[in-house]
Ligand binder design. Sequence first.
Ligand SMILES: [Zn+2]
Length: 197
Amino acid sequence: MDEQDKRRIGEDLEPGGRPKAPGRLELLQRFINSHNHDFPHDWDRLGTAKKAKGWMREKGLVAAGDRISDDDAARLREFREALRELVIANEKGRPAGSALDVICWVSRLARLSVAVDEAGRTALEATDGGVDGAVATLLGILHEAQLTGEWARLKACRQCEYAFFDRSKNRSAAWCAMSICGNRTKNRAYYRRRRAA
Ligand SMILES: [Zn+2]
């Protein structure tokens, strides 16, 4: 896979050609995948205030006039990594206390209300605008996905911690893509065995 394709991963390219998470969970999935730790640091889509603003604006999470400071961008990255810990915990059990602290800390600022559409369907919607509103929206999606059970199908790749939606019946998928991370893991195991032998 060349650099151009790698840079599309998490946006218009899903490793292994997997479908993205369903409904609004896709937005939360993209948020978590706004950076892949296997890629260079400066590829982080929330890496600076300017990049965070562009990305959040594109996703409709903030409005054109909203400001995002360096501190806001740092807070968003911290929130993202705490969410990643929750995804990892979907397989490994309890999330780290530090991740929960971050989620609790941001959730105290998050204000949500129940929105009703013309069909009578309800959804949690942020009351405020700006970064606080964006965080509230994402927490609302997290809550909804936990209620529907879809959250449990979001998993972190064992190798690169990419958040992918596991549609397999027995929920056995372990890597974002066998061709990328699965093989790398296997190759390492192979070389380890060979060295040992
Ligand atoms: Zn991976």
